[in-house]
Ligand binder design. Structure first.
Ligand code: COA
Length: 156
């Protein structure tokens, strides 16, 4: 069984992430969307809120499981018997960081492969920070995030 992990802070999930998850779920037997418990950046949404928005967005997709983790990603991947880490690349500017992370993870766990999905051009500009900023300033985010996220942001 080919199990892939798509890790991230998902603060909150955007349609760019949804696109990557859907495309990955067509290639693997299971995709575990793994929300990091304590992201490096201070999170706007609590862990429970980030997980809940993901669960609501993928309620009907059987091959997608939502979970959370802390500690090293490669240790979590081993625990879940996953040997693929999925990441998305939006622009050249993502490359340095992703390259460094993939090589570091490979050094620690050579049997775990990182696979990159090129983002759909429609989402290449999108980030969770911009979505939060637009929502805070009263802009329309309905085409940028799943409805569960849009509802949550407008209720905040
Ligand atoms: N569409 C839209 N936005 C995207 C995207 C896509 N396809 N891909 C990434 N992004 C955005 C995110 O929204 C986020 O935006 P923000 O900065 O405005 O919040 C940004 O790109 C990066 O977020 P994310 O993909 O969640 O990465 P991250 O840097 O927050 O998290 C982990 C990276 C969790 C994978 C990494 O920190 C990790 O593995 N930590 C565990 C500890 C560990 O093992 N360390 C050793 C690793 S070398």
């Amino acid at each position: 069984m080919k199990v892939a992990i798509y890790p991230g802070s998902f603060d909150p999930i955007t349609n760019g992430h949804v696109d990557i998850i859907k495309r990955a779920s067509e290639l693997f037997d299971k995709v575990i969307v793994a929300v990091i418990r304590n992201p490096e950046k201070k999170a706007r949404f609590s862990l429970d809120e980030r997980v809940e928005m993901l669960q609501q967005s993928f309620r009907t997709v059987k091959l997608v499981e939502v979970d959370s983790f802390d500690g090293l990603l490669v240790d979590y991947a081993k625990k879940k018997k996953a040997n693929i880490i999925v990441r998305g690349l939006r622009a050249v500017s993502d490359f340095d960081y992703e390259f460094q992370m993939a090589l570091t993870n490979r050094k620690m766990a050579p049997k775990i492969e990182t696979l990159f999905f090129m983002t759909d051009y429609k989402y290449s500009y999108l980030s969770s920070s911009f979505v939060k900023q637009i929502a805070r300033l009263g802009g329309d985010i309905s085409e940028l995030v799943p409805s569960a996220v849009a509802n949550k942001l407008s209720s905040k």
